[in-house]
Design a protein around this ligand. Structure first.
Ligand SMILES: *[C@@H]1O[C@H](CO)[C@@H](O)[C@H](O)[C@H]1NC(C)=O
Length: 139
């Protein structure tokens, strides 16, 4: 067990990427998130993971930059995003963003606001707060 943990930690470490806010903002825009939401997403990513791709919260079983919950969204726990949770830890966030879109759409449908899937959203909701995360970026 100890050995497995150590190996998985090394694995996660080897693939870790730490974004800066503008690099992340550009990636999110390129991967299809709406321009008027980018500040909110960068704020959420900061609050969830401090822009680090390899974060796992073992008490909530949440993975990666956006701390996506295994229970519903990634396998083996869930499959709504159609990917293994380990794919949410590497330095390629294209698949993370596609999963974020799936989660957002589902919460938009059931709660009327897609952002409500993230516990950190209330702290990022204010327009000026969200905007402050990307105000130095040329998007
Ligand atoms: C991990 O998840 C728990 C339960 O949702 C939460 O209370 C805690 O703040 C999270 N830890 C971190 C470091 O985000």
């Amino acid at each position: 067990m100890k050995k497995i943990l150590l190996i998985s930690m090394l694995f996660a470490y080897a693939y870790c990427k730490v974004f800066n806010n503008c690099e992340l903002a550009k990636n999110l825009l390129n991967y299809g998130l709406p321009k008027d939401q980018i500040g909110t997403w960068v704020c959420i990513a900061f609050k969830e993971s401090s822009y680090r791709t390899n974060v796992i919260n073992y008490s909530s079983n949440c993975y990666g930059l956006f701390q996506i919950r295994e229970q519903y969204w990634c396998s083996p726990g869930g499959n709504a995003c159609g990917l293994p949770c380990s794919n949410l830890l590497d330095d390629n966030i294209y698949d993370d963003v596609q999963c974020v879109k799936t989660i957002y759409a589902e919460f938009q449908r059931i709660r009327g606001n897609g952002f409500l899937a993230w516990d950190t959203y209330p702290a990022c909701k204010d327009y000026n707060t969200a905007n402050s995360y990307i105000s130095n970026c040329h998007l």
